[in-house]
Ligand binder design. Structure first.
Ligand code: BYC
Length: 308
């Protein structure tokens, strides 16, 4: 593919594939976004994974286990998509551990009660769906195709979260209070997941011109609020935003933006759990060293046997 053909493919809304010519900036932007996304899926196993040994029933444990395993799978598809661009998975992991790569701000907040498992499914996976469904039409083929399966699984995750919360809201006053407390704590971080406001987002314009992103951060944040508020009303929870109100003229909800100073601190490593999350990731990576070495030794031996 020539540079001109690349422009034509982008203009026609078609897909760029791994062997096609692409501008260096396009490749770099994709590696940055896909790696950040993969790291988020892997680090994102931690807040809920924390509750696996304390799930309140066998059924809840089976559901949570399946969800956390799905997140690991998403990380693996995404690292594979990054590898089609020439990135090396081991290097991407090293950059994450060295704090040179980011991962989603949301996973730097603690999951303090079992209601948080429900609220993460409802709000965090809900936000992820709003952000990721348009990425199924992203211009880079392997990323877009990975998103299709990921979105199907996220949609199951969101429903299991909502169903858990429904059950808790039908329970005792103490259970309802746990749900409300979890909504109060996760609402603002969920809004931050969509990234900085459009006028402070250095990457959006170019990523949209290349068809990597299909909507701006603020458009998707608004879509999430509009989708989530009626679900919260059906559930019987309040959102911690007194300014949240339907605006008939705009045909969508008005809402208060999250605290962007907090967002900046969190993505720069100063959130409530950044150090714990990276320490746990590092320990898991070290703990898995023998598995990687054994797999490499097995691959080497199989190759030698084949040659012989
Ligand atoms: N957190 O110019 P901008 C999941 C960074 S996991 C941290 O708007 P862009 C799940 C941004 O990287 C799914 N950093 O950037 C798993 C950039 O920094 P650098 C996670 C953020 O890329 C387990 C700078 O701020 N989803 O579903 O155009 C359990 C300026 O931003 C954040 C994805 O990863 C943030 N929230 O747009 C449950 C989605 N926001 O790299 C659930 C894929 C911004 O220049 N990613 N930054 O140093 C995207 O869609 C886009 O990358 C973003 C940001 C919308 C996040």
């Amino acid at each position: 593919m020539s540079p001109r053909e690349f422009e034509e493919v982008i203009a026609a809304g078609q897909r760029v594939e791994p062997r096609d010519w692409m501008p260096d900036g396009y490749r770099k932007t994709l590696i940055r976004q896909i790696a950040q996304h993969a790291h988020s899926e892997i680090i994102g196993m931690q807040p809920e994974g924390h509750w696996l040994t304390r799930a309140p029933s066998l059924r809840r444990k089976a559901i949570l286990l399946a969800k956390v395993q799905d997140e690991a799978g998403h990380g693996i598809y995404l690292y594979s998509a990054a590898e089609t661009l020439g990135a090396d998975r081991a290097e991407l992991t090293a950059k994450l551990l060295a704090r040179e790569h980011k991962y989603s701000s949301i996973f730097n907040y603690p999951a303090l009660s079992y209601a948080d498992v429900g609220v993460i499914g409802w709000l965090v996976d809900g936000a992820a769906i709003c952000n990721q469904v348009p990425l199924c039409r992203s211009s880079y083929g392997p990323y877009a195709r990975a998103m299709i399966r990921i979105c199907k699984e996220e949609s199951f995750h969101q429903r299991q979260g909502y169903e858990l919360l429904m059950q808790m809201m039908r329970g005792t006053d103490a259970q309802r209070a746990m749900v409300q407390d979890a909504v109060d704590r996760w609402w603002w971080p969920a809004l931050m997941m969509f990234g900085p406001p459009d006028d402070q987002s250095p990457n959006t314009a170019q990523s949209m011109a290349w068809g990597i992103k299909r909507h701006t951060n603020d458009e998707l944040r608004q879509r999430f609020v509009d989708m989530t508020v009626p679900q919260g009303e059906a559930l019987g929870v309040r959102f911690p935003d007194p300014a949240l109100a339907w605006n008939a003229q705009r045909g969508c909800y008005d809402f208060t933006p999250p605290d962007w100073a907090e967002f900046t601190a969190v993505i720069n490593g100063h959130g409530p759990c950044n150090d714990d999350r990276l320490a746990a990731r590092k320990a898991a990576h070290e703990g898995g060293r023998w598995v990687r070495e054994a797999a490499m030794a097995f691959a080497r031996r199989s190759a030698e046997q084949q040659t012989a």
